[in-house]
Design a protein around this ligand. Structure first.
Ligand code: G3P
Length: 216
């Protein structure tokens, strides 16, 4: 399973890239707005830090305007993937952009059928928001498992990019059900890097080795 970072914070992207753990980045209008920086500057810097897909969402509401924005975003860098919401206009824009060779990440997906429609429109990625489904008492990863089975039935090339990840357990289940990618907030990425028993065990190994006074 590929890991992407779900962030528009270039410091977080730089740190995660230095750890060598991420293969792409996803942003959304809320994350970009939070930076207080021009989105073009932020996206270009992220693309310089990570050699992989970098998703940026259109904010227009008509397919025609989404297409125009998508083409503009795609010109920022070869790694830019255009995000379109899974609404009628977004699906029309997805079809038009993918026909122009521009990769689309269809986002705000909450049902397997939304994911199916996105794949039929030529989406390169679909982003099921598992945390937001869990927030309303549903099982986000169960929806992802259904989507994995449906995509396998029809051999869709569209990759399932699990988003709205809230915890390491989301990542474990995403990998168990066979999602292609999970996009992870920086805090969750940091969580999966550390386990107290690993830290305790390593300290004990090193302490015993130091006591032996040997050198490698
Ligand atoms: O960026 C898309 C998705 O990961 C947003 O997650 O935490 O706002 O539900 P969240």
């Amino acid at each position: 399973m590929k890991l992407f970072l779900d962030s528009a914070d270039v410091n977080e992207v730089r740190q995660a890239a230095e750890w060598g753990l991420i293969e792409g980045v996803t942003t959304n209008p809320s994350l970009l707005a939070k930076t207080g920086q021009p989105y073009q500057t932020v996206l270009r810097e992220i693309c310089s830090l990570v050699d992989g897909p970098v998703s940026c969402e259109v904010v227009a509401t008509s397919a025609e305007a989404m297409l125009e924005e998508g083409e503009k975003l795609a010109q920022l860098h070869p790694n830019i993937v255009v995000k379109c919401p899974v609404v009628v206009e977004g699906l029309k824009a997805t079809r038009a952009l993918s026909r122009r060779g521009i990769k689309v990440n269809v986002t705000l997906v909450f049902t397997p059928l939304q994911a199916l429609l996105a794949a039929k429109c030529g989406a390169a990625y679909v982003s099921p928001f598992v945390g937001r489904l869990d927030d309303i008492g549903q099982d986000g990863l169960a929806m992802v498992a259904q989507t994995v089975r449906i995509f396998a039935n029809y051999k869709f090339p569209t990759e399932i990019l699990v988003a709205s990840v809230r915890s390491p357990s989301h990542l474990v289940r995403a990998a168990e059900v066979g999602a292609h990618i999970a996009t992870v907030p920086f805090n969750v990425l940091r969580q999966i890097l550390h386990h107290p028993l690993t830290d305790i065990g390593l300290e004990r190994f090193l302490s015993d080795w130091r006591a032996s006074r040997q050198k490698i």
